[in-house]
Design a protein around this ligand. Structure first.
Ligand code: PEP
Ligand code: MN
Length: 339
């Protein structure tokens, strides 16, 4: 439930409410808006009636949140969350473009792509070092070596980096090298992993599971928020349907719904969402129209030689052409992109 404090409530009154709730076993998450403070209290609801919180000084009202997610909800925080990553804001006016290969293949490949990403105006480079592959015989990624290369590429070109972490025991390692921790679709409900990334002061991007409902996806975010990390963003990357023409069915209505239900930035991955490079561009534009706060796009200088996901990777030329259109569409919906 949430406790809405009166406009301009004094620090002292807020502390009293927080202390009373904590003494009674509630865990507290504060949302300090410009005018109002909202106290999120997670715990045994039945105990609340005895506490008379509503009668305490400067408490405006106590509201139960019906949805199973609390901290992710718009009721808890009505303003959009903006994640600050140095000079890069995710969830603000600017639509952030994250681009790069499916997998880091070599130092040369990573530096070549970092150069492409930098010149395009995008600010975040993607690239997998630990790859969740369907086949154990497929390229599994370069592991820590890949993380080192990605870090070097990011630093050489002044780009932030995002990469996937697949297991709880590797979070510390990945967090050491990466600016953003990516939870892959296959791990969206790996609860020990979600709890572990919550312990780090790094933004987390949570991909929607292959067969996850929107509510389950938001609940994954709730795990990270409840663990104390409020830099969480959601990523729609397509879901499994009866359709086989595309690799997945990119559910753009989920972007609209997630923006309505939560305050979290929502990113769209049209690469995994479609599996075919010719469909990536139009769906990226549609995602911007639907309200996406960012796009994560696979780019490779020679897609036919890529060790992973070449068929959905854009060449430099196609990526740059797409960015021109992304800018136009962004402006049409009162956003900015690749300034
Ligand atoms: C990826 O982005 O590298 C990836 C494996 O995506 P997903 O988890 O969405 O399949
Ligand atoms: Mn991929």
């Amino acid at each position: 439930m949430i406790i809405v404090m009166e406009n301009g409530a004094r620090e002292e009154s807020i502390t009293k409410v927080v202390e009373k709730l904590e003494e009674n076993g509630f865990s507290i998450h504060l949302s300090q808006g410009v005018e109002r403070t909202i106290i999120g209290a997670v715990g045994d609801k039945s105990r609340l009636a005895d506490l008379s919180i509503e009668a305490m000084s400067s408490v405006d009202r106590v509201i139960g949140i019906l949805a199973p997610y609390k901290l992710a909800s718009r009721e808890f925080k009505s303003d959009n969350t903006i994640i600050q990553l140095g000079d890069v804001n995710i969830g603000g006016d600017e639509i952030q473009i994250m681009a790069g290969p499916c997998a880091i293949e070599s130092r040369e490949q990573a530096l070549e792509i970092a150069d492409i990403v930098k010149r395009s105006g995008a600010k975040i480079m993607r690239g997998g070092a630990f790859k969740p592959r369907t086949s154990p015989y497929a390229f599994q990624g370069l592991g820590e070596e890949g993380l080192k290369i990605l870090r070097e590429a990011g630093e050489a070109y002044g780009l932030k980096i995002i990469t996937e972490v697949m297991e709880p025991g590797n979070v510390e390692l990945v967090a050491h090298y990466s600016d953003i921790l990516q939870i892959g679709a296959r791990n969206m409900q790996n609860f020990p992993l979600l709890k572990e990334v919550a312990r780090f002061d790094k933004p987390v991007l949570i991909k929607r599971g292959l067969s996850a409902t929107i509510e389950e996806w938001i609940m994954a975010a709730e795990y990270v928020l409840n663990g104390g990390n409020n830099k969480v963003m959601l990523c729609e990357r397509g879901i499994r349907t009866f359709e086989t023409y595309t690799r997945n069915t990119l559910d753009l209505s989920a972007v609209v719904v997630a923006k309505q239900l939560t305050h979290l930035p929502v990113i769209v991955d049209p690469s995994h969402g479609t599996g075919k490079w010719k469909i990536v561009g139009p769906m990226a534009l549609a995602a911007v129209t639907a309200g996406a706060d960012g796009l994560i796009i696979e780019v490779h200088p020679r897609p036919s030689e890529a060790l992973c996901d070449g068929s959905q990777s854009l060449t430099e030329e196609n990526f740059n052409k797409l960015l021109i259109n992304i800018k136009k569409v962004a402006n049409a919906v009162d956003r900015e992109a690749v300034q």
